[in-house]
Design a protein around this ligand. Sequence first.
Ligand code: HEC
Length: 98
Amino acid sequence: METSVHRGGIVFQHYCAQCHGVKGDGKGRMARLYDPRPANLMESDKNDDYKQLIIRLGGKAIGRSEFMPPWGAELTDEQTADVVAYLRSIHVDAHSAQ
Ligand code: HEC
């Protein structure tokens, strides 16, 4: 489990951080180029299944922005599961954070 989070973090920094930010807060260095902005993944209200889906298929295929690219051809199933585990580890509950 922890290994999965660790591996997922490496995948995230490599493929996702430029848009979603090194912390996953949606403030990546390329974020301002996109409208809608890349999601703040620390405060996402989506479940793991949904995240898995949008990561594999990309935003456009599920009615979201095409600026969220599809990663199905890039990442193995294991890497996708790892990155979802990583996202779970950085997630802060917006309600309990107050
Ligand atoms: C080119 C910029 C870009 C890259 C790179 C990118 N994303 Fe995204 N992502 C977006 C944008 C823009 C959205 C918001 C789409 C919308 O609001 O319709 C998004 C949305 C998402 C969401 C939905 C979150 C929510 O709460 O609805 C997830 C999960 C996600 N991205 C994960 C990832 C992961 C994991 C990676 C790396 C494998 C990644 N993204 C790489 C731009 C990007």
